[in-house]
Design a protein around this ligand. Structure first.
Ligand code: DHE
Length: 516
């Protein structure tokens, strides 16, 4: 009796010692990671955690991210919840290949397709009397909704449920009638802004970055992290046309950092995350000749890997690209790797790097803007790791000023008709501040704190540049309308964590003060 009790105690003891020595990684993952990265590690609000998607991160760095969080993302520090053994177990877990990764090719994409109102079936006239070109789409990530805002009266026209985890700017058709949203889990939604109705949806990937709409409005291109693909859709009903596997010349595949349309070039430009290449995919019909910039047909230069419809041109680079920006002519692409010390300028006509950029603060180039300063064009970008805005001369590609801010920022915005550029302080104790920079002097002229203690971020101007709209990023948040000249508050609209707002006119006219 006594010996069996002893035996039972010993077993209990050894089990708990064993349990302490070998943490249950799957359980830890379920508790701490699954909500954002998906229960199957295939991504959700956070990226997919699979060996193929973690190629640029060493295991040591991955442990650091789990312990300390990741700058400029929603990844929190878990170091106070997990000990070193837990962290090591989680690292091993996420670097273990899944026994099965679901396929997401044309067949699966087609099977997800829903068309509620086929192309041409709804009236061609707005169902409201507001200016359809001065609407704002406001994405409210707090409860996954979007509000359509009349940009003259600043009154909502409607509010509707979106797919969860929308990320990146929704993109408009060139006439401003339709808006296309992408969610991090791969859904593309097309919404008719005249009839205020969702017209079609399709799941183009498992874990998606963003989408772009061609300059002629005929195509939508979707950039994916998982699978490693670009997906081309017919913009009318979102029918899939082609899946481009993203592979380098050595057969290695890559996530896509982002895709944008370059309307003057008639192409989509995609930056790749795991291969140092930029891809340019022409959407122009053959055999129409294309003359751009230097007046020669770039499609017949060396470098295109195929010459069929939607030919892919590969431009080799020195480094990966996580983020990029175009000049107004779309001849130059300014790009940077998030962990890189320098950015690079790529001339899209000659197809190679032409300059380095002095950018070491992890620039958020996708959020950059440009304007004329003392007779030359400059671009300015916030930095995700440094409390400064970098201002770059776009002729010499030199950084001409570093404007010190109260903390790293995420978004910068202006308008042709405004003397000011607005930049948020997204991170740190001053996350409730937003700076207003005089574009003529490159000095901060005012710092607003619209809602002390709450993150204020992301500004977008109305069509004429007379008002600037700013978000309070909180479940109990708001969009605040400012008079863009006097910098006084005009109106406050309660909203549920409004992440971004997008003005139809400014986006469709490629305003120099906003992203396109
Ligand atoms: Fe974004 C745009 C990448 C984290 C909110 N973000 C973009 C774009 C890219 C990008 C490439 C441009 C796409 C477009 O508009 O077509 N974002 C990244 C990252 O790599 C990063 C740092 C890490 C990640 O998790 O992917 C990142 N982004 C965030 C956030 O944590 C933010 C603040 C909250 C969220 O929703 O996840 C965030 N990103 C946004 C917003 C835009 C955006 C609101 C659109 C800005 C615009 O005005 O166009």
């Amino acid at each position: 009796m006594r010996s069996s009790l002893l035996c039972a105690l010993l077993t209990l003891c050894s089990t708990s010692v064993l349990a302490a020595a070998t943490p249950d990684a799957a359980d830890l993952y379920r508790k701490h990671c699954a909500e954002c990265h998906g229960k199957d590690r295939l991504g959700g609000q956070g990226q997919a955690l699979l060996p193929g998607n973690l190629k640029r991160l060493s295991k040591k760095e991955a442990a650091g991210v789990i312990r300390n969080g990741r700058a400029a993302t929603q990844m929190p520090a878990l170091g106070d919840k997990l000990d070193e053994a837990d962290i090591a177990a989680l690292v091993d877990y996420i670097y273990t290949p899944l026994s099965y990764i679901p396929e997401w090719g044309l067949k699966q994409i087609r099977a997800s397709h829903v068309v509620s109102h086929p192309w041409g079936s709804l009236p061609d006239k707005p169902v409201y009397d507001a200016d359809p070109l001065n609407l704002f789409v406001v994405v409210e990530v707090g409860d996954h909704h979007a509000t359509i805002l009349d940009g003259d009266r600043f009154e909502p026209l409607t509010r509707f449920k979106t797919r969860p985890y929308l990320h990146g700017g929704p993109k408009y058709s060139p006439d401003g009638r339709y808006v296309y949203f992408a969610s991090r889990d791969g859904w593309v939604t097309k919404y008719d802004l005249y009839n205020l109705k969702t017209v079609a949806e399709i799941r183009a990937g498992i874990n998606t970055r963003n989408l772009a709409v061609s300059g002629d409005g005929r195509y939508v291109m979707v950039a994916n992290y998982l699978p490693h693909t670009l997906v081309l859709l017919d913009a009318r009903n979102l029918d899939p046309i082609r899946v481009f596997p993203v592979k380098g010349s050595d057969g290695r595949s890559s996530r896509v950092s982002a895709v944008y349309a370059a309307p003057p070039r008639g192409s989509f430009i995609a930056a790749l995350k795991d291969i140092p290449e930029v891809w340019e995919i022409s959407y122009l019909d053959e055999p129409e000749p294309v003359y751009i910039g230097l007046m020669h047909d770039y499609r017949y230069q060396e470098g295109f890997v195929d010459k069929g419809p939607f030919p892919v041109r590969r431009i080799k680079l020195d480094d990966y690209l996580d983020d990029f920006f175009f000049d107004q002519s779309y001849r130059h692409l300014l790009g940077a790797a998030r962990n890189g010390k320098h950015g690079q300028v790529i001339d899209l006509i000659v197809g190679r790097k032409v300059a380095d950029l002095d950018l070491s603060g992890m620039p958020h180039l996708g959020s950059g803007i440009s304007w004329d300063y003392q007779g030359r064009r400059v671009m300015a970008t916030p930095n995700l790791k440094k409390a400064e805005v970098s201002v770059i001369d776009m002729q010499t590609w030199k950084t001409i000023k570093r404007i010190k801010t109260l903390g790293p920022g995420f978004f910068m915005r202006s308008h042709e008709n405004s003397p000011y550029a607005w930049v948020d302080v997204f991170f740190g104790p001053n996350k409730d501040a937003v700076h207003i920079i005089d574009k003529k002097t490159l000095e901060i002229v005012k710092t607003l704190r619209p809602e002390p203690g709450k993150t204020s971020a992301h500004v977008e101007f109305d069509r004429d540049g007379r008002h600037a709209l700013l978000s309070i990023w909180d479940k109990d948040g708001a969009v605040i309308v400012y008079d863009a000249r006097t910098l006084k508050e005009v109106k406050r609209l309660p909203m549920n964590k409004p992440s971004g707002k997008y003005n139809v006119w400014n986006k469709t006219h490629r305003s120099e003060g906003t992203s396109h």
